[in-house]
Design a protein around this ligand. Structure first.
Ligand code: PEP
Ligand code: MG
Length: 748
């Protein structure tokens, strides 16, 4: 193979572009391309292998190997040298291929006479599409320039694949974006939805791949880079008042935007004939391929930063904004790598479901999706690469599974499941005005959790008798500045108006840990969940908490008010918080504002320590609400947001139930009202156990009230209580198996 010059490379790319523009069937186009590459590079063989499905590469065109092997020869990813290139997503070469470990001889191709091998991945933005191979009879090494040149060609082939240039009769392979895929993630919000993909950040479409004048193209790239640097500086100026982490991300952006290495690689791509946008995308693809192999989270985050920056640069170069003018489809399912709570709220109920490539169970977006009752699946690998806007998609939030472009059998099974659930919901609706009374005659109070005005209409329709937990964080998290007191007064008053006399238990700001408002300074903590959060912040820096309490008192405007403090860990913390509230009541009285008709002050029991607080605490507090989500994480020392451990311990583990029993007993002795308001309260079997050990009230998502009520009404809570006592006496670890048997024995 003679040394290739820049002119060779440019000529070859132009020829490829002409092939792209000519009207011809996909297979002929592929065949022509292999001939052009082999001739231009002076190799005996050029072959294109494309992915037939996610695991299989198929020889789709060749110059030099036996034509009869085309569409016959197949390899799995990782198999042979070709499969290895696909797996590693980087070039591989050998002067003596048959001697390489992993070499697989494919007799039908007649390749035994070719000694040297160079393969490069055909990939686009982290998506494997195939492998481009050249082979020669002579044993030789390929220069770095040759390898690089072939990568540039592979980039153009990747774009052509994406644009559907090779689809058609005879090619017998479909674009990967036409195949059905089932992708597994993590449940963010339960529920099912069917609809069409709406990409939050639509992909930039590149149509000009090859440049005619590399100097002009380099200038275009440099101008775009200048604009990019300017926009990063602007973002940094805006962020100067924001939290440190945000600023650090932008500093990394700045570093990348000024990286000589990045710019040099793109300029080299342009020199070899690519357009500026194709050059950006080629480097972006290489970075994404690296992302898949980097285990270190910090490095992965940085590669994501580079990815974001590349997108910005592409948008500058192509003029394609996020706002493409496309109409959002009916029944839109939002697909994004991640999304902030503000953006998600803006979409609001226009969305049927949300699928995120990243995201965390406790993130703000999850909180918003929960508040809006939109099914959400998180951590779905590759979804933003695999899904195209408009694709048919089924979201199973309960199972944490997404079916993309499902076939008919999957769709009909999914619809059956949804129909069955709708029937069950109808049954639950008929119970709406009936109490949750067990067959034993004991009544359990069922309340709902809320966090947005949008939740309030569920209060009458769900059959909840109160809002057991109103999370006030969302009004703070979804804006870029601290809300004013007057705004909070208006919001809380509207909540109370909408509740129409039913009690609303407002939980004061639970901020810190995972919930961080962009405008609030926060220390860099090694373990934020156990750090300076919730009431701890409120007591140490009382300004915001006082403002919130004032807003609550004014919003009540003479109506009853119920306030609870999050993450109370000792009796003394509660006393300090309540004293602060009393001082605010005094102040409001002095200012002549009407006071609430009655003020109830509660504590959330979210750390085991509070269960052992002195009797004086239990006597002083008006009510206790068990925040089971946090309590469980601290009880079992298992991070509620860490997928590796968060499902490891069961709520119905006897240790946890015994601990809850202690809380029930202490509240019973002091006559303190008790509610359980963590997510587990909405799981019917778990709720039954809580009721069985004597927790008199449960607060849950509105949609869970029907199923929980239905089960309680069919059960005898005395039997449940005895059953748990028997499990304990027998020395078993968990009450779940026995409870499941019990539930199965009940008549519908
Ligand atoms: C809890 O911890 O159970 C709770 C209700 O509060 P949050 O989920 O908002 O932390
Ligand atoms: Mg909590």
């Amino acid at each position: 193979m003679p040394h290739r010059t820049e002119t060779d490379s440019r000529r070859m790319l132009r020829q490829l572009r002409d092939e792209m523009a000519s009207a011809q069937p996909g297979q002929e186009r592929l065949d022509r391309i292999t001939t052009i590459i082999a001739e231009s590079m002076g190799t005996d063989v050029c072959s294109i292998y494309l992915l037939r499905d996610s695991e299989t590469l198929e020889l789709c065109a060749t110059e030099g190997l036996r034509p009869s092997a085309v569409h016959e020869t197949r390899l799995r990813i990782g198999e042979g040298l070709v499969g290895k290139v696909a797996r590693l997503a980087r070039p591989l070469q050998s002067a003596n291929a048959p001697a390489e470990p992993g070499f697989r001889y494919m007799p039908e191709t007649g390749e035994e006479v070719f000694t040297s091998f160079l393969g490069v991945p055909i990939q686009r933005l982290g998506e494997r599409l195939g492998v481009l191979v050249v082979q020669s009879k002579e044993a030789r090494n390929y220069t770095d320039d040759e390898v690089y040149g072939l990568e540039v060609v592979a980039m153009v082939i990747a774009e052509m694949t994406e644009l559907g240039a090779f689809v058609g009769e005879g090619t017998s392979f479909a674009s990967t974006h036409k195949q059905a895929a089932t992708l597994r993630g993590v449940t963010g919000q339960e529920g099912e939805a069917e609809g069409h993909v709406w990409l939050h950040q639509p992909r930039v479409v590149i149509t000009n791949l090859v440049n005619d004048d590399s100097q002009a193209e380099t200038e275009r790239l440099n101008e775009a880079i200048e604009k990019l640097r300017g926009s990063v500086d602007d973002m940094l100026a805006v962020a100067a008042s924001r939290d440190k982490e945000h600023q650090e991300v932008l500093q990394t952006y700045k570093m990348f935007a000024h990286s000589r290495g990045w710019l040099k690689r793109m300029e080299e791509d342009i020199r070899l004939g690519l357009s500026a946008e194709a050059a950006v995308e080629k480097e972006q693809s290489a970075a994404r391929a690296r992302l898949e192999t980097v285990p270190d989270q910090y490095m992965r985050d940085r590669l994501h930063d580079l990815d974001d920056l590349s997108n910005r640069l592409l948008r500058i170069l192509t003029g394609q904004g996020v706002e493409t003018g496309a109409e959002m489809p009916d029944r839109a399912i939002l697909v994004a790598r991640n999304i902030g709570p503000g953006d998600l709220l803006e979409y609001g109920r226009k969305l049927r479901g949300v699928v995120l490539e990243e995201g965390a169970v406790g993130s703000h977006a999850t909180i918003v999706a929960r508040a809006l009752a939109i099914p959400l699946v998180l951590n779905v690998p590759r979804i933003t690469t695999d899904a195209l806007s408009g694709d048919h998609i089924l979201v199973d939030g309960t199972e944490g599974v997404v079916h993309l472009r499902p076939d008919d059998s999957v769709t009909s099974a999914f619809r059956d499941k949804v129909a069955m659930q709708a029937k069950a919901q109808e049954r639950y609706a008929s119970l709406r005005d009936k109490p949750a009374v067990g067959r034993c005659g004991t009544e359990i109070k069922l309340k709902m959790n809320a966090g947005l005005m949008a939740d309030l209409p569920s209060l009458p329709t769900s059959g909840a008798e109160a809002v057991g937990l109103f999370r006030t964080e969302l009004q703070f998290l979804t804006r870029d500045r601290m809300p004013r007191r007057s705004e909070l007064v208006a919001t809380y008053a509207r909540v109370l108006d909408a509740a129409a006399g039913k009690a609303v238990h407002f939980r004061t700001l639970d901020i810190g840990s995972d919930k961080v408002a962009p405008y609030m300074k926060r220390p860099n903590e090694p373990n934020p969940a156990m750090g300076w959060r919730a009431l701890r912040v409120g007591l140490d820096k009382p300004g915001v908490l006082r403002m919130q309490v004032q807003a609550l008192i004014r919003a009540a405007a003479g109506r009853p008010l119920s306030v609870m403090f999050p993450l109370v860990s000792t009796g003394e913390e509660f006393t300090r918080a309540r004293d602060m509230l009393n001082r605010e009541l005094d102040r409001e009285r002095r200012l002549g504002h009407p006071l609430p008709a009655e003020t109830k002050v509660g504590a959330m029991l979210e750390t085991p320590s509070l269960a052992y607080a002195p009797d004086s605490f239990f006597e002083a507090v008006d009510f206790i609400s068990i925040g089971g989500n946090d309590l469980k994480q601290f009880f079992f020392a298992a991070d509620r947001e860490n997928e590796l451990v968060r499902r490891r311990y069961d709520t119905l583990n006897i240790s946890f139930l015994s601990f809850l029993q202690l809380v029930v007993d202490r509240c019973h002795e002091s006559g303190t009202a008790l509610t359980f308001c963590g997510e587990d309260a909405g799981r019917p079997v778990d709720a039954l156990a809580f009721a069985g050990i004597g927790i008199p009230a449960l607060s849950m998502r509105p949609a869970s009230i029907g199923p929980v009520k239905s089960l309680i009404r069919r059960s005898n809570l005395n039997e449940v209580s005895e059953l748990i006592a028997r499990v304990k006496a027998r020395g078993l670890d968990s009450a779940r198996p026995a409870l499941l048997d019990y539930v199965a024995s009940l008549v519908e």
